[in-house]
Design a binder for this molecule. Structure first.
Ligand code: NAP
Length: 505
């Protein structure tokens, strides 16, 4: 539990919607920010009468030059605030003010008013943040520093000012904007941040990387976290689409654990491990306890580990890291997570003829697991170099995937898709095989879980071929991760519920 605030930003062009949005924000907000710079100019003054809430209301009128939406010059900004003081309800208990640094020597708020002195930089993190902190805190205001980061370690200097703020007893809001900075929004309150911002809904974010208020409160439980909270996370090149936070946080919540699972979008793994994770060199103390590791770091993470379990070593990839007493332990739960639903559905896999499409990390785990079961494997991939190497490592057949070379009909009992073909987005309408190639196939296993039913699965079902989707593997491998991290049996129903509700199922 911490003392921080969730501030929900309301950004509507239409003043007529303001009261409804404030009411809606009250469900999760400790403070409601009204972004007057989002509003049509003619709606602004009439809206001053609509700022009624049971929660404090923070007023913001951010011009374009400071990263906001208002197309207004300095006299226009001063005019806005003067009009509010004249026509609004300047109740210092209930109305808070967000002012940019250049207004510090122009506007003088009454003592007792809460003023957030906010600095925004959407192009990156300025060099001398300490000097900036000095300037912003000079008048005793709450300091807000929000800068875009394109790589996770760029957030470190923004984060580190929390220590300074604490030692100087100043109130501070650190925000690293963008996917790579999401962890600062989630973990800030636990480490003494005065406030964190959240969006009213998905799609109404007012800054990059903002999370909905519902997710901040219910999924990440940001107000329940503290410095002893065990931090887990998904380490990947692109964490934006991951549903793992919804799966693992549901598990932690159901077990009433002081733990949280956050997105950790990492481009340079070595730098991340050095500056944020390894005990001897890290610059921040986040109390990391474990990671899910995904593309493209499943192999490169191995050089950072003190121990790699036998299965992960044989596969040559780690998707799970446990951190204990400063030591790093690596496991692979993809292989058992993949094979469990397959055996449940297909039965004995010995001698089963299986085609695996793709030659990446997931294919590697599938091949290992199927070899253990004695299946007859063919790797089918578009990059002959990669496929040759992988098939050579495991001593299996290799077939080059080209549009011209069709698979021989009824050559396989099981088809496994370990490529992204069929994933939501640009590839959604693609499939690794054509409908007529299902002839003789007894089961199709698509590792993709979003969408839960891919084109491949739809076409297989239409051809009366049983299917397994990626959701089952996701939950099965996640359950093993939970057991590795906590020693407890995974709460499967809650984990599955967390993922399914995120996917709208
Ligand atoms: P990866 O390491 O990037 O490998 C992807 C493989 O697919 C590579 O061999 C790649 O070929 C191939 N590929 C990519 N685009 C292709 C295309 N247009 N046509 C043909 N082949 C293509 O990814 P991964 O980690 O193995 O994951 C593969 C899929 O499995 C992803 O969709 C992932 O979400 C899913 N997955 C699901 C679970 C689960 O729990 N359900 C777990 C792990 C992975 P190149 O090397 O030539 O690019």
């Amino acid at each position: 539990m911490n003392n921080g605030n969730i501030c929900v930003s309301v950004c509507t062009a239409n003043g007529g919607e303001l009261s409804g949005q404030i009411k809606k924000a009250e469900e999760f907000a400790d403070v409601i920010e009204v972004r007057f710079d989002c509003m049509e100019p003619q709606d602004i003054v009439p809206s001053f009468a609509l700022l009624d809430s049971v929660k404090p209301v923070l007023l913001t009128f951010r011009p374009k030059e400071h990263g906001g939406n208002a197309d207004v010059n300095l006299p226009g900004r001063i005019g806005f605030w003067m009009t509010f003081v004249r026509d609004g309800v300047p109740d210092e208990e209930k109305i808070w003010f967000d002012n940019e640094p250049d207004l510090a020597n122009i506007l003088q708020w009454l003592p007792g008013c809460t003023v957030i002195r906010s600095f925004h930089d959407f192009s990156g993190v300025p060099d001398d943040l300490d000097a900036l902190f000095d300037t912003l805190s000079a008048k005793g205001d709450v300091v807000k520093i929000a800068c875009s980061v394109d790589t996770i370690t760029n957030a470190i200097p923004i984060w580190k000012l929390l220590e300074r703020a604490r030692s100087e007893q100043k109130l501070y809001i650190p925000i690293a904007m963008g996917e790579a900075g999401k962890w600062t929004r989630i973990l800030g309150l636990a480490h003494g941040a005065f406030m964190t911002y959240a969006s009213l809904d998905a799609g109404s974010e007012t800054a990059p990387g903002q999370i909905t208020a519902r997710d901040m409160a219910d999924i990440y439980r940001v107000k329940e976290l503290d410095e002893n909270t065990g931090v887990y996370g998904i380490v990947g090149g692109n964490t934006g689409y991951s549903v793992s936070p919804f799966m693992h946080n549901a598990a932690f919540r159901s077990q009433k654990m002081n733990a949280v699972f956050v997105p950790l979008q990492v481009s340079d793994l070595d730098e991340f491990m050095l500056r944020m994770v390894k005990p001897d060199t890290r610059e921040v103390e986040l109390n990391f306890k474990g990671f899910s590791v995904t593309n493209p770091h499943k192999r490169s993470i191995m050089r950072h580990l003190d121990f790699i379990d036998e299965t992960a070593a044989a596969i040559g990839a780690v998707n799970t890291v446990k951190i204990e007493d400063g030591k790093f332990y690596g496991y692979n739960t993809d292989a058992p997570g993949f094979i469990e639903p397959l055996i449940n559905r297909f039965g004995d896999l010995k001698g089963a003829r299986v085609a695996i499409f793709g030659a990446g990390g997931a294919a590697r785990a599938c091949i290992y697991a199927l070899k253990q079961e004695g299946s007859d494997l063919t790797l089918i991939a578009r990059d002959p170099q990669k496929a040759k190497k992988l098939s050579g490592e495991f001593d299996i057949r290799f077939h080059h995937l080209t549009t011209g070379r069709r698979l021989p009909a009824s050559a396989f009992d099981i088809i496994v898709n370990a490529t992204p073909l069929g994933t939501a987005g640009d590839l959604e309408n693609e499939s690794i095989v054509t409908a007529e190639q299902f002839n003789g196939v007894r089961l199709v296993y698509d590792l993709i879980y979003n969408p839960p039913e891919t084109r491949l699965m739809r076409e297989a079902t239409a051809a009366n071929v049983p299917v397994i989707g990626g959701l089952e593997m996701l939950i099965a491998q996640g359950a093993r991760q939970f057991k590795i991290w906590t020693g407890l049996d995974a709460p499967l129903r809650e984990m599955s519920g967390g993922v399914r509700s995120r996917l709208g199922l």
